[in-house]
Each structure stands twice: as C-alpha cells, then as structure tokens.
Design a protein around this ligand. Structure first.
Ligand SMILES: [Zn+2]
Length: 293
C-alpha cells in the first residue's frame, strides 16, 4: 500500500483491495461529482459494449449514418427493435442509491449513458454528455421530438415487424440498437415538420460532444472536490478528459468499475466491483451518517 498527496490536505490510500468503507471515508463531509458509464446500467438489462461480459459490437459511425440513406434505414430498423427493451428499462438499485446520495455531498451526475435512468431514479442534476435516446432530432430543421412518437409512426409504417417472433430474437445494444435481419424491407419515416432525415439525439462514435455540454460538466466539477467514476472503462476521451482534469488539479479521483480502466493510474481509490452493490453500501454509510449528524 502507498499513499498519494491529492491536495485539499487529503492523503489517500492506493491498494489492490479497497472497500466501500474506504471510499465513504474519503467522501464523507465533502462535495463530489459522479461520472457514469455503461456499467451503471447493466443491472437494468442494458448490456455494456466494453465490460467483461460485453457483447461484441461495431457501433455505427456518425459519418456512416449521415452518409447514406441505406445506413439510416439499417440503423432505424435496429433501433426500432431495440427500443422495445430500452424503452422499458427501469432504474436499478445503483441509480436509486446515487439519487439518495445527493443528501451526502453528491453535487450532480455527468453521464455517458443515453438511457435517462438517472433522472428516472430521481437524480436532480444530470448532464447527459452523449445525449438522450428518448429524443429524436431532425438533421435538416433541427426540430426535436419524442422517440416514443417516432416509434408509433414506425410501427404504423412497418406492421409486419411488430411481430413478437421477430422481437424475441432482437439483440439489444447499449444505444438501443438491436440486430435486424430484415432491415432492407424496413420503411423509414421523416421529420413531421419538413420531411427531413431523423437522427437519435445521441452522440455517435466519430461525432463530437456539444461544447455547451462539456462546459456545463466542467462547471459542475468545479463545484466539487472529488470525482467518482462509476461503471466506465474510460475508453473514450469524452470521459477520460474529466479524470485527467481532476488529477491535474490534484483532486482525488475514485473509480468503481468491473475490470481495468484507462484512468486507473490516476485514481486515488479504485474498487473493482459493480455499481449497484457499491453504491448501496455507500448510501447505507453516508446517508445514514448525514441523517445522524
Ligand atoms: Zn425537420
């Protein structure tokens, strides 16, 4: 075990086996921000692309999506099937524990997930870094509309695909993308206002996170002393940059994730474990403590 000076007069331990109690000891009485990834939602039935039990998948790149009508048709056929499950996903005990932890110094949540489950669980300050799968944006006029409304329109346009025998073979992916074998027959619909091409309001691979969202995330982090990464392997720079930013300012970074992450060497504390069980323990310790004092 070694110690590392993280500023704020904190000296924290770096060891191979860290317990939630050690994390609670660091967070107690301090303000912190959570950065969450796919591992946060696996217990809600949404699989992780990159976790130890991940499905092998090659997500569609932004350039491919906007580049051809065929790609859009393939994407929406898959998304149409995937929505059947992602549209029904519910917050898990980890989401609920995190919402309760606002009573114990949690200033807000920055999430890489697009499933909306933090807000559904009651978290009041959430920055959806990669957008929101429940919203659709028109690439021509910029109009935003509800994904559920598009689902109804796609159901009307594709009555044959609405058969349970097709749906039960749908392989769900984190962005609501499922495998559709019959996408060539899939009928696409356009924007209700201008007939333009529709895109889910999520950041695709190869697409940049809107600047305003990144700035909002930095503002939120500025208000906290500690960054806690939950269920992200920090593979993409959109998440890793926040860890690097905090480490540069000599602020503690806590990582709770199954398996290694790209930010491990910058972490003050690392728990190799699941989000739901760790957050449930943190709530028991910290929220109980907050109520007692
Ligand atoms: Zn439009």
């Amino acid at each position: 075990m070694s110690t590392r000076d993280c500023g704020y007069r904190l000296r924290v331990s770096v060891a191979s086996t860290i317990t939630p109690t050690a994390v609670a000891g660091l967070l107690r009485g301090r303000s912190w921000v959570a950065l969450t990834g796919a591992g946060m939602s696996t217990d809600s039935g949404i699989p992780d692309y990159r976790g130890p039990t991940s499905v092998r998948a090659t997500p569609m790149q932004y350039s491919e999506f906007v580049g051809s009508g065929e790609s859009q048709r393939r994407y929406w056929a898959r998304s149409y099937l995937g929505w059947r499950r992602i549209g029904r996903a519910e917050p898990n005990p980890g989401h609920r524990a995190l919402a309760d932890l606002e009573a114990a110094g949690l200033a807000g949540v920055i999430t890489q997930n697009v499933d909306g489950l933090h807000s559904a669980a009651g978290s009041t300050r959430v920055i959806n870094l990669h957008g929101d799968i429940a919203t659709v944006v028109c690439l021509e006029c910029g109009d935003r509309s509800a994904r559920s409304e598009l689902q109804r329109r796609l159901t009307s346009a594709n009555p044959r695909l609405d058969q349970p025998s097709v749906l039960q073979h749908a392989e769900l992916r984190p962005d609501g993308d499922a495998v559709a074998r019959d996408w060539q027959q899939f009928r696409l619909v356009g924007c209700v206002l201008c007939g333009g091409r529709l895109k889910p309001d999520v950041v695709f691979f190869g697409e940049s996170v809107p600047k305003s969202r990144v700035e909002a995330a930095y503002v939120l982090m500025q208000q906290a002393e500690i960054l806690v990464v939950l269920g992200s392997s920090l593979t993409v720079m959109s998440g890793l940059r926040f860890v690097r930013h905090n480490a540069k300012l000599q602020r503690p970074v806590v990582i709770i994730n199954r398996g290694s992450t790209r930010g491990d060497e910058l972490a003050s504390l690392k728990i190799d474990g699941g989000c739901s069980e760790t957050l449930t323990e943190l709530r028991a310790t910290l929220v109980g403590y907050a109520q007692l004092h």
